[in-house]
Design a protein around this ligand. Structure first.
Ligand SMILES: Nc1ncnc2c1ncn2[C@@H]1O[C@H](COP(=O)(O)OP(=O)(O)OP(=O)(O)O)[C@@H](O)[C@H]1O
Ligand SMILES: Cc1ncc(CO)c(N)n1
Length: 275
C-alpha cells in the first residue's frame, strides 16, 4: 500500500459554453487551466454544435442550472479566480452578475464573447446590452476583441491609436482594467493588444504568428489570465504571462478539420512528440 501525497493547488472556475470541436469555450479553458497547474472547475452556460468551420446550433442551459453549478463549486471547493465566456442570453448574464454581486466570483475576467474574430455576431442584441450594463461594471479585467471593442466603444478600430482610444473609452464602463485584443486587426497588428487600467496605457506586442489555425485564441488568453490570477500574480503580470502562453500555443497550432484549427495548448508535449 502507498499513501497519497495530498497536494493543494489553486482553483479557477470557467462560466462558459461547450465547443463540440474542442478548440474554444470550456474545452480550451480547462486545458489552459491544467497547463498552468490550476484545478479547473466549470459552469456550463450552453452547448454549441461547432467545428473548425463554424457554429451550427446553440442550446442554452436554464439560468438556474448555471447558478446551481456556480454555487456547487464555490460553496464546497472555493475558487481564487473566475472567467466568463459565452454567456449567450440576458437571463444567464443577470444570474452571473448576481453571483458576482454576492462576492462569489473573485478576480473576475470577463471575455465579452459577442462577435467572432471573423466578424459574425454570436449573441443577440439584448445580451450585448445586458453584458454592458450588468456584468462589465463588475469585471476585474475585460478582454474584448476588435469587433467587441468597436461595439463597446462605439468607434471604428483600424489602427493602434484607435485601439488605445477604445481601451480608454471602454474603461469608463466600469471594469478595473481593459485589454483590447488585436487578433482581428490587419497585418502586424494581429499580435498587438492594448491595456488600460485607468492609469497605465500599455501596448503588448508580439510578432504576428502566420497561421490560419487560431480558433479559441481569445478563450485561451482569458483562461490563462484567470489561471495566473489564481496563482497569485497581479493583473498586469497575469496578462503578460497569458499573452506569452497564447503566442507559444499559436506557434504549435493544430491542423484539424477543414477550417480554422485550435491552438496547441500543450505545446511542450506536442513539440517533443513530432517526428
Ligand atoms: N496571428 C496571431 N499572431 C500573434 N498573436 C495573435 C494572432 N492572432 C491572435 N493573437 C493574439 O491572441 C490573443 C487573442 O486575440 P483575438 O483577437 O484572436 O481574440 P478573439 O477574437 O476573442 O479570439 P477567438 O474568438 O478566436 O477565441 C491576443 O493576445 C492576440 O494578440
Ligand atoms: C463555446 C464558445 N465560446 C466562445 C467562442 C469564441 O471563440 C466560441 N467559438 N465558442
Amino acid at each position: 500500500m502507498s499513501v497519497s501525497n495530498y497536494l493543494t493547488v489553486p482553483v479557477a472556475l470557467t462560466i462558459a459554453g461547450s465547443d463540440s470541436g474542442g478548440g474554444a469555450g470550456i474545452q480550451a479553458d480547462l486545458r489552459t487551466f491544467a497547463f498552468h497547474k490550476v484545478h479547473g472547475t466549470s459552469a456550463l452556460t450552453c452547448v454549441t454544435a461547432q467545428n473548425t468551420q463554424g457554429v451550427d446550433r446553440v442550446d442554452a442551459l436554464p439560468a438556474a442550472a448555471v447558478i446551481a453549478q456556480i454555487l456547487a463549486v464555490v460553496r464546497d471547493i472555493g475558487v481564487q479566480a473566475v472567467k466568463t465566456g459565452m454567456l449567450l442570453n440576458p437571463e444567464i448574464i443577470a444570474a452571473v452578475a448576481e453571483q458576482a454581486m454576492e462576492e462569489h466570483l473573485p478576480n473576475l475576467v470577463v471575455d465579452p464573447v459577442m462577435v467572432s474574430r471573423t466578424g459574425s455576431q454570436l449573441i443577440a442584441d439584448e445580451a450585448i446590452l445586458a453584458l454592458r450594463e450588468c456584468l462589465i461594471p463588475l469585471a476585474t479585467i475585460l478582454t474584448p476583441n476588435r469587433y467587441e471593442a468597436q461595439i463597446l466603444s462605439a468607434s471604428e478600430i483600424d489602427t493602434l491609436e484607435s485601439m488605445q482610444a477604445a481601451a480608454q473609452r471602454i474603461f469608463t464602463l466600469g471594469a478595473r482594467a481593459v485589454l483590447v485584443k488585436g487578433g482581428g486587426m490587419p497585418g502586424e497588428l494581429r499580435g498587438v493588444d492594448v491595456w488600460f487600467d485607468g492609469n497605465r496605457l500599455e501596448v503588448l506586442k508580439t510578432a504576428t504568428v502566420e497561421t490560419i489555425h487560431t480558433h479559441g485564441t481569445g478563450c485561451t488568453l482569458s483562461a490563462a489570465i484567470t489561471a495566473n490570477l489564481a496563482l497569485g500574480h497581479d493583473m498586469f503580470t497575469a496578462v503578460k504571462l497569458a499573452k506569452s502562453y497564447v503566442t507559444s500555443a499559436l506557434h504549435y497550432s493544430l491542423q484539424l478539420g477543414q477550417g480554422q484549427g485550435p491552438v496547441g495548448h500543450f505545446f511542450p508535449l506536442l513539440e517533443s512528440s513530432q517526428p
